[in-house]
Ligand binder design. Sequence first.
Ligand SMILES: [Zn+2]
Ligand SMILES: [Zn+2]
Length: 326
Amino acid sequence: MTRMRAVVKEGNSVRVRRVPVPDPAPGEVLVRVEVAGVCRTDIYVAQGRIPSADPLILGHEFSGTVTRTGTGVSRFAAGDRVAVMPVLPCTTCARCAQGTPECCAHHRFLGVARHGAFAEFVAVPAEVVRPLPDGLSFREGAYAEPVCASLAVLKTGIRTDDLGMVYGANRIADLTARVLDSAGFRHVAAARTAPLAVDAYDFIVETQPVSSAFEEMIRAVRPGGRIVLKSRPAAPVSIDLTAALRKEVIFESAAYGTFQASLEFLVRHDVSDLLGDTHALEDFERVFAADGAGERLKTFLAPGAGLQSRRTTASRVEAGAYPSRP
Ligand SMILES: [Zn+2]
Ligand SMILES: [Zn+2]
């Protein structure tokens, strides 16, 4: 059986293991992962703070090359460069029927509910796979999911002439400020400058899900103004609802724009200043630690970069029950 290297979480242990290369099921494609971005969600899953399948291959932001297709797949062929949306929609709910599968509330998430992309190969349903536009690098392709998450703010009730604020000093804040600028917003403070003026902003985009941040945002938004929720904290956050109600603050959450729009955004905008280094799969622990400490640039793992070590460790094939598909 052909094997591959993958970052596998099993119980409390997360390490690079040699596991079977998955077979694409009917309707799926097998993608050789070129690069995969590291995200806070991956770290929460690794820490056990987000419930997940077990054992599980981590990773959900990636791009790669199609190597095989399952039966019934005609849109892709071996050699195609692709980007993949990690939200696997249920395909039957109202959101899916409306053509917004990215926002299916009943989705399964790659790298959480089933094997993800910190591996040399991953099998994914063809409907979440998109051709990577010619001008885009694999790193840019792997960045499409964060862009898709930031584009979601444009679905909310905010308007280009509003006085806005992106609250938080982090990657999501930087990217969201870029998205707003591109959409024609001209009055958005791009970084946190605490303490904020009181009753000052028509909207505030939240990127820092802690109680103290909500206190400050509720103070800073104007009465009747809007707080757009963008974070995915691993645990509930307490909010002073009385303070919010007194000002009739509108809370609006927005998960994703469309994946296609995020690829088109990347074609039109140079985001290279937001992208950091690429590391071998075997360096995942160090990369996770830096990311958890607040790394400002998106960092990537390149599963193919350790081919040398694959050869030298090929004799240490691990035995044991390893389901190819949780
Ligand atoms: Zn992510
Ligand atoms: Zn659905």
